[in-house]
Design a binder for this molecule. Structure first.
Ligand SMILES: CC(C)(COP(=O)(O)OP(=O)(O)OC[C@H]1O[C@@H](n2cnc3c(N)ncnc32)[C@H](O)[C@@H]1OP(=O)(O)O)[C@@H](O)C(=O)NCCC(=O)NCCS
Length: 254
């Protein structure tokens, strides 16, 4: 039986009361902006005081890139599957070659969407006015075990929007998340020939902590050394908020 539940449009930020029937997949659209990027506010999205938790409350955020483009930053939701497939299909082979997974395989994206769990992986995407995804950053966390104080960051941006500080802006969001989760250290892994990535993380104050020789294999089967760069979360937050303070505007209304 349908009941009324709270939803949030992750595109425009509207909180909506909509009919919901457990176990029934329904296509919902925001009556305010028309987007289908809508998320049910579940009980687990709420803190003990019944307030919505950070991930839902703070987004969407609007930012302006160096080139003047206005972009929305928000968490990925289940309805974004096709947009994410389209985004990764635009990433050229020379970049995909060195990513950890084959992002052009729809099964890979399907499994990310199916297993979407903000307690394990926090995915923040950047979207243009016409709802095209142009960047994706993820924070991978473990809630138990000896690495529970460490998060791993991965970032990919659309070629058309590179060198406009989109990578920085996404990194800032990821660190915001890392701070709110009280993580102490973040790391990024890349092959030795991912020069742009090495420079981005260097610019953010990451240092090379380890090099594992011939540790990873690209899509062509060639082996490369894996570089592990790390950064202390609290000191990084100070650094990047200085760099990108300008052009950053929060439209969450929170
Ligand atoms: C790495 C990547 C995310 C950077 O995205 P971006 O949006 O271009 O990054 P930004 O514009 O925020 O760059 C920030 C800074 O990093 C450095 N940088 C970025 N790209 C660079 C490049 N190609 N060469 C040298 N320095 C670079 C610069 O210092 C830049 O600041 P500046 O433009 O003011 O000089 C993007 O190149 C990418 O998606 N690469 C393929 C995937 C990948 O390798 N991901 C990293 C694995 S975790």
């Amino acid at each position: 039986m349908a009941e009324e539940r709270d939803f949030k449009c992750m595109r425009c930020g509207a909180v909506l009361k909509l009919p919901y029937t457990k176990g029934v997949m329904e296509e919902r659209r925001c009556p305010k902006c028309g987007s289908n990027s809508i998320r049910l506010i579940k009980d687990k999205d709420k803190a003990p005081n019944n307030e919505t938790k950070y991930m839902i409350k703070e987004y969407p955020k609007k930012v302006i890139l160096k080139g003047g483009e206005q972009v929305v930053l928000r968490p990925l939701v289940k309805n974004d599957k096709q947009k994410l497939i389209d985004f990764f299909s635009r990433i050229p082979l020379e970049d995909r070659m060195f990513l950890k997974e084959d992002v052009t395989d729809e099964n890979v994206i399907e499994s990310w969407i199916k297993n979407l769990d903000y307690n394990r992986v926090i995915p923040i995407i950047a979207e243009t006015e016409d709802e095209k995804i142009i960047g994706d950053a993820t924070l991978h966390i473990r809630t138990f075990g000896w690495r529970r104080h460490v998060g791993e960051i991965r970032i990919v941006t659309d070629r058309e929007f590179r060198r406009q500080h989109l990578g920085f802006l996404l990194a800032k969001e990821i660190f915001h998340q890392a701070l709110s989760l009280k993580l102490e250290k973040v790391l990024a892994e890349m092959m030795e020939n991912q020069i742009a990535a090495i420079n981005v993380f260097k610019a953010l104050g990451f240092v090379k902590e380890a090099v594992l020789k011939n540790h990873v294999m690209d899509l062509n089967g060639n082996k490369h050394s894996l570089i592990i760069m790390t950064q202390n979360v609290a000191s990084l937050w100070e650094k990047i908020s200085d760099i990108i303070e300008e052009g950053y505007r929060d439209m969450s209304g929170a």
